[in-house]
Ligand binder design. Sequence first.
Ligand code: FAQ
Length: 333
Amino acid sequence: MYAQMVKSTGQPVKTLDEMDPLERAFQERINANEMIEPKDFMPDSYRQTLIRQISQHANSEIVGQLPEGNWITRAPTLERKAILLAKVQDEAGHGLYLYCAAETLGISREEMSQKLVDGKARYSSIFNYPTLTWADIGAVGWLVDGAAIINQVPLQRCSYGPYSRAMVRICKEESFHQRQGYAMLQTLCTGTDEQKAMVQDAVNRWWWPSIMMFGPPDQESVHSAQSEAWKIKLYSNDELRQKFVNQCVPQADHLGISLPDPDLKWNEETGNYDFGEINWDEFYSVLQGNGPCNNERLGARRKAWEDGRWFRDGLAAHQAKQDDAARKMPKVA
Ligand code: FAQ
């Protein structure tokens, strides 16, 4: 399991004067809001940062199918089953766009998948929590997709062309996902007392892990300063987290449920909702592989990777034959 604690990069962000001419020209393009494309010059650390973030993002979409896929056969109506099936398929599609975007940086999909199953690449902490009841599926849509959208809308304007373009379609689909989750909770909240209690229980369990999705607090976020200078990140982890909390409070009120935080209150001065202390020990423990479902999630990905090996080998053998035949074809003069 991924057992790397968050470490400082030890690299301060260079000023323009400290950069060599190529790097400086690159940074000036970023400062002028120019988009960087795959064949353009980029510093190796920019390339590696994007590979890390985009591949982790892709892994999250793929692993993120598991908690919801768990409920496809148990959806209460045919309509809910069709909606959930479509949503889970969308997540698979997001993973594939994102792996393709990362491939433009010179890493193969094979390598990224191998790193995931070897526990050497991350995926979002949120997918290490279980979906215990049908209301969890609504809570995942409302809170997890809701948090994902807030994080991803700015990524549509990030500096790397293939990542920013992939995010446009992904954000549209995530928006549908968030609405279907909220609509499901609205239905349950206007149902029986038991159904409403099931929603409250699901929200109690998903609230804190959802606000952890935005990553460590700004002062502990080792990559933020450089990623913000490169306009990969346009807002800090804490800024996005605050936006999410501000958005959720009135939505919870509208559902008639509470959020499990006694310190949550409107602050007239800042124009934001203050909220309680986040349990960062829990976050780092999940990152180290000790969340409730880390083993189950990685186990499922490892099994899928092994079960698909014969098919990948078959495709590669077929391609090698085609390439060989093409090489042997007489050249037309
Ligand atoms: N989980 O210095 P920072 C979705 C790691 S998609 C695990 O702040 P950074 C759709 C971080 O990697 C959800 N690890 O890092 C869906 C770094 O470790 P490293 C995924 C985390 O990159 C919905 C270390 O902590 N979305 O949900 C997490 O500047 C429903 C230090 O952190 C994305 O990936 C975490 N939550 O900022 C699918 C969006 N947070 O790599 C299915 C793109 C931090 O040095 C169903 N990613 N870490 O070993 C990002 O925006 C950024 O990468 C952040 C982290 C904001 C996540």
